[in-house]
Design a protein around this ligand. Structure first.
Ligand code: SF4
Length: 400
C-alpha cells in the first residue's frame, strides 16, 4: 500500500513539474548549478526559500497574541513530516531555510537535529526565536551557525517590555546574544546578523530612537517595525498609531523620521514596514481599519490596511520563491496569508502543492492585479506596485 502511494505520489509530482515546464519553453541551471527555470514567462516558480515552523508553542506570552493566553496549547511537527521537509530541501536545491514564523522553534525537541543537518548541507539558515530563557550550550552552538537571528524586542525599557511580552526579560535576551556571538568568535565562525523585530504600538511609539541606539550599542545590525494587528478575540491595552488623532500622528511621524536618520547615521538597517501608511496619515489622509478576518494561523485580526489603488498589485515574489509550512503540514505562500494552499499528506506532496493550481492561481492574480486574495490586498509586508514592476522584478529574480 505504502509502495503504491509512493509511486502515485512520484507520478503526480512528475506530472505537475512537466505541466509547468511544458507551458514554458526553456529550463536551465543557473551559474550556481541550481535547477532554476529561466524563460520569459514570469509565472514559473523559482523556489529559493523554505520556512519551517517546528512548533506553534511559545512562552513569550505577548499581550496581544493567542499563544500568550492561558490555556493555549501549541503543537509540534512530527518527525515523519520533518523528514519529508528535509528530503524536499535536499532534492530541490533550496537555498535558504527560515525557522519559525509563528511559535518559538526552540520549544521543539527536534529543531536542533534538523537545523544542524540542514546547515551541514551548506544551506543558509535564518531563525526567529524568543531568546527568553538562558540557552543550553547545544542551542548556543547550533544558533551560532545561523546567518541571521531575529528576535522580538519593542523597547529598550525592560519593565515596559516585560509588560508587553510577559515571558521576556531583556537582560536574559542580551546575555544570550553575547553567548552566541562569543561562541562564534571563539570558533572562528562568521558572526550571525542579529535583528530586532518591533511591533510598533502607541505604547512604544516614542521609544523607537532609543531602540535603535540600544540595538547599535549591543551590536544588533537590523531593526524592523510592523504595525499592530488587533486580534478580534482579545482586549488589549495598545492600539495602532494610525488610529490616533492627527496631532499625535504628526508627532509620531516626526519621531519615526528622526529614527530613520539615526539608523542611517549608525549604519543600521531599519525597515519601518508601514511608512507609506504613516506618511499618508501624517498628510491628513483618513485611513480606515479593516473588518477582522483570518489573517494567520492564530485567528481573526483587524489592522490598518496598506491599501491598493486600481490596477495595482503587490511587489511580492514570495509565491514564486518561498513556501511556508506549519507544524501540522499546512502550506502557505508566506506567513501573513490566512488560508493554506494545501496540506502535506500521503497523497499530497509539497512539490505537488507548490507547483499546483492554487499556488499558480495566486501567482496569476498578483501578476495581473486581478482577483487578488484579501490577504494580498491588505498586505503590510509588500509595497504596492504596477503589474509591470512586478513582472520586471520577477525576471531579475530569475537571473540572479
Ligand atoms: S499576503 Fe503579502 S507577502 Fe503574502 S503572498 Fe500576498 S502580497 Fe505576498
Amino acid at each position: 500500500m505504502r509502495l503504491i502511494r509512493q509511486i502515485l505520489n512520484s507520478l503526480r509530482n512528475k506530472i505537475h513539474q512537466k505541466r509547468v515546464l511544458s507551458s514554458q519553453n526553456t529550463s536551465a541551471l543557473n551559474k550556481d548549478g541550481d535547477n532554476l527555470l529561466v524563460c520569459d514567462d514570469p509565472i514559473i516558480p523559482r523556489l529559493r526559500e523554505l520556512c519551517i515552523n517546528f512548533t506553534s508553542k511559545c512562552k513569550l506570552k505577548c499581550t496581544y497574541c493567542s499563544a500568550g493566553k492561558d490555556g493555549y496549547q501549541g503543537f509540534d511537527i512530527t518527525e515523519a513530516d520533518a523528514d519529508i521537509l528535509f528530503e524536499f530541501i535536499k532534492k530541490n536545491n533550496v537555498r535558504s531555510v527560515v525557522f519559525g514564523f509563528y511559535g518559538d522553534t526552540l520549544e521543539s525537541d527536534l529543531w536542533s537535529k534538523y537545523a544542524n543537518a540542514i546547515l551541514d548541507l551548506g544551506i543558509t539558515c535564518r531563525i526567529h526565536t524568543a531568546l527568553y530563557r538562558q540557552l543550553t550550550s547545544d542551542e548556543i552552538k547550533a544558533l551560532s551557525r545561523f546567518s541571521t537571528i531575529a528576535t522580538s524586542v519593542d523597547t529598550p525599557d525592560r519593565l515596559k517590555q516585560a509588560h508587553i511580552r510577559k515571558g521576556l526579560d531583556l537582560r536574559t535576551l542580551v546575555y544570550n546574544i553575547h553567548l552566541i556571538k562569543s561562541y562564534a568568535l571563539l570558533n572562528h565562525q562568521k558572526l550571525p546578523i542579529f535583528e530586532f523585530n518591533c511591533v510598533y504600538t502607541d505604547h512604544v511609539a516614542f521609544d523607537l530612537c532609543n531602540l535603535i541606539t540600544f540595538a547599535h550599542s549591543i551590536g544588533i545590525n537590523s531593526v524592523s517595525a510592523t504595525d499592530f494587528c488587533d486580534f478580534e478575540q482579545f482586549e488589549t491595552p495598545y492600539q495602532s498609531v494610525l488610529s490616533l488623532n492627527h496631532a499625535e500622528i504628526i508627532s509620531i511621524h516626526s519621531h519615526v523620521k528622526k529614527a530613520i536618520d539615526i539608523a542611517n547615521f549608525l549604519d543600521i538597517k531599519f525597515d519601518f514596514q508601514f511608512l507609506d501608511s504613516l506618511n499618508r496619515a501624517a498628510m491628513g489622509e483618513k485611513l480606515s481599519s479593516q473588518d477582522p478576518y483570518k489573517s494567520n494561523m492564530y485567528g481573526n485580526v483587524s489592522f490598518y490596511a496598506n491599501t491598493l489603488r486600481a490596477n495595482q498589485t503587490r511587489l511580492c515574489i514570495k509565491p514564486w520563491d518561498n513556501v511556508s509550512i506549519t507544524p501540522n503540514g499546512e502550506v502557505f505562500p508566506c506567513c501573513t496569508y490566512g488560508e493554506n494552499l494545501g496540506k502535506i499528506s500521503g497523497y499530497n506532496s509539497l512539490e505537488s502543492i507548490f507547483w499546483g493550481d492554487k499556488f499558480n492561481r495566486l501567482r496569476k492574480a498578483l501578476l495581473n492585479a486581478e482577483n487578488l486574495p484579501i490577504y494580498c490586498k491588505n498586505c503590510q509586508a509588500a509595497p504596492a506596485c504596477s503589474t509591470s514592476e512586478l513582472a520586471d522584478t520577477l525576471k531579475i529574480a530569475t537571473t540572479n
